[in-house]
Design a protein around this ligand. Structure first.
Ligand SMILES: [Zn+2]
Ligand SMILES: [Zn+2]
Length: 218
């Protein structure tokens, strides 16, 4: 179904009205002509301090997330226009913390999202990609400076990529600036310039390096 047809469908109009009610007028109306809801659900979002549960709504022109205040009761937190947004896959680690995850990048804020299972992840990830592709026929993507991704320090006491043991003063934590994983120095030996994150080389984990950079270097 085309977006315009979906937007006009009675199911969409009804649900959009319900969502506006769920925000109890504490938010500009989401219900708008030509806007369609493509996905909604609860996802885990990596925040500054820890991982938090948030309700996400994907419309054909924006991503909205909100605090869950009760059944069908939300406090809006942020709206990100899709034309400035991009998504990137996160490689599953063998530890559970970062499974079924992907990155949402925008100039204002970038963060890691985690779905409950792989199907749910793919549903969100593919829908997001499809929307972004529709909105960005030209190459303006290249020019966007994305906010750095951050995973809270206290989220992991050990490296997400190896079994080297707990972090100490000598065995320090690092963030992979590509996937956000918390890793030891032994698992993040390379730095590369990451597109959209400035001109200086940034530390990446070896898994990201192998996946995204090793081919272009050799
Ligand atoms: Zn990485
Ligand atoms: Zn490690």
């Amino acid at each position: 179904m085309r977006i315009s047809e979906l937007a006009e469908s009675s199911k969409n109009v009804k649900r959009m009205g319900e969502i506006d009610e769920a925000f109890q007028g504490r938010y500009p109306p989401l219900c708008a002509l030509g806007r369609a809801l493509l996905a909604e659900g609860v996802l885990l979002k990596m925040c500054r301090k820890k991982i938090k549960e948030r309700k996400f709504f994907l419309f054909n022109d924006m991503l909205v997330y909100a605090k869950i205040a009760g059944h069908e009761l939300y406090y809006a937190q942020r709206t990100i226009p899709l034309k400035t947004l991009d998504v990137e896959d996160v490689i599953d680690t063998f530890k559970d913390t970062l499974k079924h995850a992907w990155i949402v990048k925008s100039p204002e804020k970038s963060f890691v999202l985690i779905a409950e299972n792989e199907d749910e992840k793919q549903h969100w990830f593919l829908n997001l990609k499809a929307c972004i592709r529709l909105l960005r026929i030209n190459k303006e993507k290249e020019k966007i400076d994305y906010a750095p991704i951050w995973i809270p320090d206290d989220e992991s006491n050990e490296c997400m990529r190896c079994e080297g043991g707990k972090f100490t003063v000598f065995r320090r934590k690092h963030h992979c600036r590509k996937c956000g994983a918390i890793v030891c120095s032994g698992c993040s030996t390379r730095s590369v310039v990451i597109k959209g994150q400035g001109n200086d080389p940034l530390r990446v984990c070896d898994a990201c390096f192998e996946r995204f950079y090793s081919e272009s270097e050799s």
